[in-house]
Design a protein around this ligand. Structure first.
Ligand SMILES: Cc1cc2nc3c(=O)[nH]c(=O)nc-3n(C[C@H](O)[C@H](O)[C@H](O)COP(=O)(O)OP(=O)(O)OC[C@H]3O[C@@H](n4cnc5c(N)ncnc54)[C@H](O)[C@@H]3O)c2cc1C
Length: 1004
């Protein structure tokens, strides 16, 4: 707002607004009621707020009085220690103590239900319609939203559509008896003379369970298919439909759905979409949509909100390494809102405006801008949420007349996400309602021009900005490479382009790389696309004993100079290599799609992890490379430092063909150990990418040698060789144990005891507790079990479900799995691709058949026709620990479901295999989570999330027992396994004179 005159009018109107509602409080902040007390307590006590909101979230799952009692105690302490706001009702009833639990349960349950009820217009259609009629009597129009967000299966999406259709039928009959809300002329059969009386809001994620920007077109069309059915009915009855805006991930999909739907109803004006002012993209998106509508001569409607997912968007972006898509200063959002509101009002001929805000400054700005621009009343209205800001809505009713309440309706269980969002919104420090009604912030401050507020805050933030943290070697702090971001059209387009580019260059012969030279052999093995093995991607020269011998000699010759290169110097090569891999990220990912069948995001994550290893180990080596002084005794200098071990054999798997190869090889290289690298025989081309990257980085000859070949020909020779000092291996338990055994034997000429760094298998379990959030658990289990066809050592292969939720979880899991599509991974619509090769397929099919004998088949997906290495997605129930399916690693998409009678048994079963790699638990019980931390003995335990996708530095990865030797790749101790520590002690005293160091333990 750069117009002082207009701003003065806005402030005057705002003051007037405040004076008309002075002394009134929204019911939310009424301390006379339980909810007001809870809000008050939450705003004073952050810890209570977290516990309270988490409790509200878990509450619908607490279906027995024991569950309820336990959770109340776990969240809030024993009755006597509980915050008075919670126990007050029971205390008043004089019922604390022996019988108190039951009373407390009742009091708390009733209060939470009452609280949820305040935001929900009704749990059933009849109740909703009745309440809407009451609202109409008070002069308020409504927009109805069926509660329920992301659906997990086609069936759930159908139920959602069905609820809308049923609601619309009920409203259709009901509206015949309604009179339009009074306005200034117009059609008396419409509200305010111009607005349809039936008005609904629809959430796009509820219409398609696999909506994802990776499959942009497929998601748009799938959402549209169901949206059309709702829309047809709305149009038939002359109603209004607005598409809600949810997370940023689906923003462009939602806008595209709206554009396509609008084109199907080009002349129908009552279709709208919500825009979120907090998104940095919105200025442009809005201008684009307005121009689009003008160009097509179609009238649209926009509901402008500030946005309900601020915390989520910020946290998610930080975790993924993406730019934060929202404004980070609250006043920037407010200013954006005013800017965008003006843009809409200026285009009122094509765009109707729903101003959705509870903020008196924002509302006043819209009123004054509309006056200034002479916007007819029929072209804009005000909207607030049902259950919130009663004084504001009364004030708007008085001033503008046209106010609509957003009325969620439906079951409380899906309603809890909505309720928690409202609680967060109202207790946030920045909330206008909190500041106006709970804290009585100064009115001038509340009505200030947000541009001015934002400018001031930017200045204050700049003054407080944190100084960059000093790191060893002055390198910038390690940060994970950003994940691929399919909300970006360029990232979406990059995959098909890179795949086409890779395809154009197929058929090459890939030579060995020994001592800095390419070496070709006549023994060639084709590398093929698992989704269509007749497509030969290239041919890999195979090394035999003579070539491996040559590579060993080259590595041995390179060792002294490489060992003596400074740690910092060695690290520089890794940093260069990281830059090269980053530049080639999409092309390297495309190879993974074709050579091993990774889905786009999985392929990019593998490349990103490879880059992370390079960046991280480079920094780690610089950190570890500086000698440490030990002890503080004067006259003596003890230096502790690390030395390279010798030649390293790196034996890599096919499932993370770049990341694990790069991780093991770069750790060996940066610690000063030349490498003999043997990639998996089915991912030889990706293996060759290491040659390309390290060569371009200028690594000295002999430091990295690439010798693909059959394990049966040269595996034992390499492991047994006396010139090998360490072996870094990732693969199956059988091969790993064989290496451990063979490497123990000392051969003539051998100078080192061989060090083994081995990552082996897993039989990973996820526990589903009786209070788990199934909306979260189901998709995460599916992703953990079937992402990349279940071929990760971290993949979930057992899910242990507590008896109380077994039926519900299993039913939802199976129905959600039915939506999975199996087909070539290069098509982003497919969620599962082909498995690695014919041997893997045979093995998986044998296990699936065995599972069917041991347990009960719950689901087996169809597979595509054709020559690919397809196996069905298979879910087997009725498995217990004595079954082989519960004990043996399969490495494929076969998931065993185990029904545990209680949590003790679930933990016992989780820990009942010889593996200890990853594990997961979905629970909202603090005590169960504490127990899992202690007793669920795996290398990587994941709480309330998927159990794959460990990130370098944040989740160092690796297991114990038969899963490996306990080294954690991507962690602070990994490099130590590749080096020997040495200590040099110098007596610094000569002839009674000793130089003193500042930290010497000297006389005071
Ligand atoms: C009718 C209606 C429909 C709605 N539909 C949707 C919808 O489809 N999609 C949706 O996302 N929301 C929707 N909402 C919710 C809406 O986003 C919030 O109610 C709204 O943001 C609250 O804004 P306010 O102006 O009332 O309050 P204010 O207190 O002025 O603003 C609060 C808002 O400011 C923003 N904010 C908070 N902290 C910061 C910060 N540090 N930096 C930058 N911005 C910050 C957030 O958006 C927060 O919600 C709807 C609301 C209504 C009334």
């Amino acid at each position: 707002m750069r117009n002082p005159e207009l701003n003065a009018k806005i402030v005057a109107r705002g003051k007037d607004f405040f004076s008309t509602i002075s002394g009134e409080k929204p019911s939310l902040f009424d301390k006379g009621a339980w909810m007001g007390k809870v809000m008050d307590w939450s705003m004073q006590n952050e810890q209570f707020k977290i516990q309270m909101f988490r409790f509200v979230d878990v509450f619908p799952s607490l279906t027995t009085s024991k569950l309820l009692t336990d959770h109340i105690r776990e969240y809030f302490g024993e009755e006597m220690d509980m915050p008075p706001v919670l126990s007050a009702g029971a205390k008043m009833a004089g019922m604390l103590g022996s019988l108190g639990g039951a009373v407390l349960n009742k009091v708390i349950s009733a209060n939470i239900q009452e609280m949820a009820g305040r935001f929900i217009v009704g749990e059933h259609t009849g109740e909703a319609v009745k309440n809407m009629e009451k609202l109409r009597k008070d002069g308020f129009a409504a927009v109805v939203d069926v509660l329920g967000e992301a659906t997990l299966s086609e069936e759930e999406a159908e139920v959602y559509v069905g609820t809308y259709l049923e609601l619309l039928d009920a409203l259709h009959d009901e509206q015949k008896g309604w009179k339009g809300l009074a306005g200034r002329g117009g059609d008396p059969g419409l509200d305010w003379g111009h607005a349809p009386m039936v008005n609904i809001a629809v959430k796009p994620t509820a219409l398609y369970c696999l909506a994802s920007p990776r499959d942009f077109e497929g998601s748009v069309e799938a959402i549209l298919r169901r949206m059309r059915r709702i829309c047809a009915k709305v149009v038939e009855m002359g109603g209004f439909l607005c598409i809600d805006m949810e997370s940023y991930l689906l923003k462009d999909i939602t806008l595209e759905v709206f554009r396509r739907l609008k084109m199907e109803y080009k002349d129908y004006p009552h279709l709208g979409v919500a825009f979120q002012a907090y998104l940095r993209d919105t200025d442009k998106d809005l201008a684009d949509l307005l121009a689009w509508a003008k160009a097509r001569n179609t009238r649209i409607s926009i509901r402008l909100v500030k946005g309900a997912y601020w915390d989520y968007e910020t946290v998610k972006a930080k975790q993924m390494g993406w730019p934060i898509p929202v404004w980070t200063i609250k006043a920037e959002t407010d200013a954006a809102y005013e800017r965008q509101a003006r843009m809409i009002l200026e285009n009122h001929q094509v765009c109707h405006f729903g101003c959705a805000s509870h903020n008196i400054r924002t509302i006043s700005a819209v009123i004054e801008m509309a006056n200034e621009l002479h916007v007819p009343e029929s072209r804009y209205e005000f909207q607030v949420l049902y259950g919130m800001a009663e004084p504001v809505r009364k004030g708007i009713l008085k001033v503008a007349g046209r106010i609509r309440l957003y009325c969620p309706y439906g079951d409380m269980v899906p309603g809890m996400g909505y309720l928690v969002r409202r609680l967060l919104e109202n207790t946030a420090n920045e909330s206008f309602l909190r500041r106006s009604f709970a804290e009585d912030d100064q009115i001038d401050r509340l009505l200030e021009d947000p541009e001015k507020t934002a400018e001031r805050e930017r200045g204050e933030r700049a003054a407080k900005a944190k100084k960059p943290v000093a790191t060893p070697g002055g390198l910038p702090r390690f940060a994970n490479d950003p994940m691929v971001d399919f909300t970006r059209a360029d990232h979406r387009a990059a995959f098909p382009a890179a795949i086409a580019q890779v395809r154009a260059g197929l058929g090459k012969i890939y030579p060995l790389f020994i001592g800095g030279q390419e070496v070709t052999t006549t023994d060639l093995v084709p590398s093929v696309n698992p989704a269509g093995p007749s497509e030969v991607l290239g041919k890999i020269c195979q090394a035999g004993i003579p070539e491996v011998t040559k590579a060993l000699a080259a590595a041995k010759a390179a060792f002294p100079a490489w060992r003596d290169t400074s740690p910092h110097g060695r690290a520089q090569y890794l940093l260069k290599a990281a830059g090269i891999a980053r530049r080639r990220a999409f092309e390297l990912s495309a190879w993974q799609v074709l050579e091993i069948g990774k889905q786009w995001d999985q392929a990019y994550a593998d490349v990103g992890e490879a880059i992370d290893f390079l960046e991280y180990y480079a920094r780690e080596m610089v950190r570890l490379g500086a000698p440490q002084r030990l002890g503080r005794a004067p006259g003596e200098l003890n230096h502790y430092f690390y030395e390279s071990k010798g030649v390293a054999a790196v034996i890599a798997p096919w499932n993370f063909p770049l990341a694990i190869s790069m991780g093991m090889a770069s750790a060996a290289i940066v610690t000063g150990n030349p490498v003999i690298y043997k990639p998996s025989s089915i991912t030889g081309i990706i293996g060759h990418h290491l040659v390309e990257i390290f060569s371009e980085a200028g690594l000295p000859a002999g430091v990295f040698n690439y010798v693909p070949g059959a394990g049966s020909v040269m595996g034992d020779f390499l492991v047994d060789h006396p010139d090998i000092s360490l072996i870094a291996f990732t693969g199956s338990m059988e091969v790993g144990l064989r290496i451990v055994e063979r490497a123990a034997k000392v051969h003539p000429g051998q100078r080192n005891v061989k060090k083994i760094i081995a990552e082996m298998g897993g039989k990973n379990a996820i526990i589903i507790d009786d209070d788990a959030d199934l909306d979260e658990a189901v998709p995460h289990v599916l992703y953990s079990a079937f992402g990349f066809q279940g071929q990760k050592c971290s993949a979930c292969s057992r899910v242990i479900v507590l008896d109380a939720v077994y039926e519900k979880f299993t039913d939802r899991l199976v129905k959600a799995a039915q939506a999975y599509r199996i087909g070539p991974s290069e098509d982003p619509a497919n969620t599962m691709g082909a498995v690695a090769d014919a041997a893997a397929r045979k093995n998986i099919l044998e296990y699936a058949a065995m599972g069917k004998r041991e347990g009960k088949l719950l689901y087996e997906s169809p597979i595509p026709p054709g020559e690919g290495y397809w196996v069905p997605l298979t879910i087997i129930g009725g498995i217990t620990p004595q079954h082989r399916l519960a004990q043996e690693e399969i490495f494929g998409p076969v998931l065993a479901i185990m029904r545990a009678k209680d949590f003790d048994q679930a933990i016992e079963w989780a820990d009942s295999t010889r593996f200890a790699l990853t594990g997961g638990i979905f629970s909202r019980s603090p005590e169960h989570l504490a127990r899992a931390r202690r007793d669920f003995r795996v290398g990587n335990l994941y709480i309330n999330r998927n159990n794959t996708g460990a990130q370098v530095e944040r989740q160092p990865f690796g297991g114990a027992r038969m899963s490996g030797v306990g080294t954690k790749a991507g962690g602070p101790e990994y490099l130590l396994h590749f080096m020997d520590p040495r200590v040099v002690t110098e007596n610094t005293m000569r002839r009674g004179f000793a130089p003193m160091d500042a930290d010497d333990d000297w006389v005071d």
